[in-house]
Design a protein around this ligand. Structure first.
Ligand SMILES: [Fe+2]
Length: 406
């Protein structure tokens, strides 16, 4: 195909592409001809695929440029993740959107190899606000919020920046409708810049407004599996009511420190480290594997790259199951040192929710040799939470009893 249109930023729309294919392309502009590059189209209706999540690739002049930090991450993705279907960028592409040189460095850092050979799905962060998103929209030609399907997954990309601040009600109504009307893909992922769960020293707890606006009422109601955010320059992961919240703000910007005490749902984190999150959706086994891949260790003062991680380094691997059900497990009896026949003895039982969904209130029953000792009401349990329940048991005679709980 060819396009003769002359413009400073040239967008070419490709149509009629087949699913599950690798397409090769070359760009010719005057006497300049690029090398042979390729990108992959989404798998047919169902199928396994990999995608990458990272963000906050901005530079911080005069300390470092995108070519010194962002490029480390983008080059590693290009070298190691040759099978990825797309890259999801969670905002703050550049630090100063009014500086065309930084945009050049963003595309040079990412485009050297990574962007040239994959597809990027961007969203706006707070840095894109500086010129009200004008250069961001010129560069990417994307709507402020949008969604797409890839294989068995639905992706919803949101704008948490002030660019859309006055349209938040409109965006939230769109989001509700988007999730409610795209129920076919079993997996659901959302992404936006400001993390609702975060432990950054500058903004401990995270953006509670987005928990209230989108978290419980929309994501939980619509069985979203994972939410990807940026902004607090670190890797962080939270699990709240069955939803994985991943802060993937490790694309090159200056690293931020986290508080000792972590926000609710905290699972894991890594500071002072650039890297990216790799996600593998296994369509057959109905699981998703999320891995944080560290690339470079940065000094506390953000001035130096201290070391480069070996290729294939994995900080943590998390398996996400598609089924989101509570799984109540009686785990352990807590017996007194001695049980006396003919007297009241207190028998403790710990019960845990090992599933990924909040359980409803439930009834727990304890029996000795098939004879019921008691029944107790237990309130709802968060995923991963455990509680201890006590029963009073008066065994008739000294003997060996088998205790059963359900
Ligand atoms: Fe940000």
């Amino acid at each position: 195909m060819s396009s003769d249109e002359v413009s400073l930023l040239h967008h070419v729309r490709l149509t009629g592409l087949m699913p599950g294919m690798t397409y090769h392309y070359q760009v010719t502009a005057g006497v300049n001809v690029t090398g042979d590059h390729s990108f992959r189209t989404f798998p047919p209706e169902s199928g396994s695929f990999d995608f990458i999540v990272y963000g906050d690739s901005q530079e911080q002049l005069p300390t470092f440029t995108q070519l010194e930090r962002h490029k480390l991450v983008a080059d590693r993705i290009a070298e190691e993740e040759t099978d990825v279907t797309f890259v999801l960028h969670v905002g703050d592409t550049v630090g100063d959107p009014e500086n065309p040189e930084e945009w050049n460095r963003f595309f040079a850092a990412g485009g050297g190899a990574m962007l040239a050979n994959t597809t990027i799905y961007p969203i706006t962060g707070n840095h894109e606000e500086i010129d009200d998103g004008v250069t961001y929209y010129e560069a990417f030609d994307m709507p402020p919020w949008y969604s797409f399907d890839c294989g068995d997954a639905h992706f919803t990309m949101l704008d948490s920046s002030d660019i859309s601040g006055s349209r938040m009600t409109e965006q939230t109504a769109w989001l509700r409708n988007d999730l409610a009307s795209n129920t076919d893909p079993p997996w659901k992922f959302a992404a936006f810049h400001h993390p609702p769960y975060s432990s950054g020293t500058r903004h401990p707890g995270g953006w509670l407004n987005f928990r209230d606006l989108w978290g419980g009422p929309v994501f939980e109601e619509n069985d979203v599996n994972a939410v990807f955010n940026g902004h607090v320059h670190s890797y962080q992961r939270y699990l709240v009511n069955g939803i994985q919240y991943v802060v993937a703000a490790t694309g090159g910007g200056p690293m931020y420190t986290l508080t000792e005490e972590k926000a609710t749902g905290y699972q894991n984190s890594l500071e002072n480290t650039l890297g990216y999150t790799r996600v593998h959706l296994d369509a057959e086994n109905e699981t998703v594997l999320m891995e944080f891949m560290p690339v470079a260790e940065i000094s506390d003062d953000n001035k130096e790259v201290l070391s480069i991680y070996p290729r294939g380094s994995v900080f943590e691997s998390v398996v996400v199951e598609l089924s989101r059900t509570p799984d109540l497990v009686p785990e352990e009896f807590i017996l007194p040192a001695q049980v006396f026949a003919g007297e009241n003895n207190t028998i403790g039982l710990s019960v845990a929710n090992r599933g990924s969904e909040v359980s409803d209130a439930f009834t727990l029953s304890l029996s000795a040799e098939g004879t019921e000792i008691g029944v107790t009401e237990v309130g709802s349990l968060e995923p991963g939470a455990a509680t201890e329940v006590n029963f009073v048991w008066r065994p008739a005679s000294a003997s060996t009893y088998e205790l059963t709980a359900w």
